[in-house]
Design a protein around this ligand. Structure first.
Ligand code: SF4
Ligand code: SF4
Length: 257
């Protein structure tokens, strides 16, 4: 999720927390039973977020408006990436970049990212066969929920796939533009098309960077993601509310200072 994942094409702050889902339910979240089998408070429909001290400090509840904008931004980014690789294929004369991207892109979102990253996210424990979070909403849940943090290997492999789907189109763009520069007259259509699409791609990439890196990553509840920037004290408070997660984190080597 560079992508990312979004200025002022959208407006977001309070959208991270839409407490409608949790309003009027049961007692104060601080009174949740300390049962290790209890679902984490994001997945537990009985959580009372209204009185929770973390309300507004984490992206705990999905706001459909924000999630839809995120989805549109993400789809736009990927369509532009594929278009870049089509134009560069026209210029360079081979298609392996487009084909490999078209295969790895769905594989990443459908299988790899849900396994390596999402299966450790509190949202993954929600009911249902599809993800109900704000980012990869609707992806099938093929894996078991793992309350512990992602391992170093999982994070490394995820970074490799993430870099590929986010940055590889720029390799195709630069390569294609070099071909265009070497033979401008014969490649006017594809060359100009590639430059225009690359500019649009960079604008969407900046939009995603601002939203994700600048905001969402500071509030994302998937604390073990390499890009996560939630403050340690918030992580501690969240784990305190969720003993099953806390146990799994401690077993994985997390230390409460
Ligand atoms: S941390 Fe849990 S209880 Fe608190 S606002 Fe988020 S989902 Fe609700
Ligand atoms: S919010 Fe959680 S479940 Fe959704 S895409 Fe991010 S890591 Fe995956």
């Amino acid at each position: 999720m560079l992508l990312i994942y979004q200025s002022h094409l959208i407006w977001y702050p309070e959208i991270f927390l839409d407490n409608n889902v949790c309003v009027g339910i049961m007692s104060d979240s601080s009174e949740r039973p300390k049962n290790s089998e209890l679902k984490n408070c994001i997945a537990d429909e009985n959580s009372n977020c209204v009185v929770c001290e973390l309300n507004g400090k984490l992206i705990c509840v999905v706001n459909k408006k924000f999630a839809n904008r995120f989805l549109i931004g993400n789809i736009t980014y990927r369509v532009l990436a594929l278009t870049i690789l089509i134009f560069s294929g026209l210029l360079i004369g081979h298609w392996w970049m487009l084909i490999s991207y078209a295969i790895i892109l769905p594989l990443t979102f459908l299988v790899i990212e849900p396994r390596l990253l999402c299966s450790h996210c509190p949202f993954y424990e929600k009911e249902g066969k599809c993800l109900k979070c704000w980012a990869l909403r609707g992806m099938p849940k093929l894996w078991e929920y793992k309350p512990g943090p992602a391992t170093r290997t999982e994070k490394t492999v995820m970074l490799i796939f993430g870099m590929f789907i986010d940055v590889f189109p720029l390799v195709g763009s630069i390569w294609g533009i070099i071909h265009f520069a070497l033979n401008t007259i014969n490649n006017l259509f594809a060359g100009i098309g590639l430059i225009v699409i690359t500019i649009l791609f960079l604008i969407v990439a900046a939009y995603f960077s601002k939203i994700l890196l600048g905001n969402a990553c500071k509030k994302c509840a998937n604390f073990s993601c390499s890009m996560n920037k939630v403050l340690e004290e918030i992580v501690k408070k969240f784990l305190e509310k969720n003993p099953k997660m806390k146990d799994a984190w401690i077993k994985a080597g997390w230390k409460e200072e």
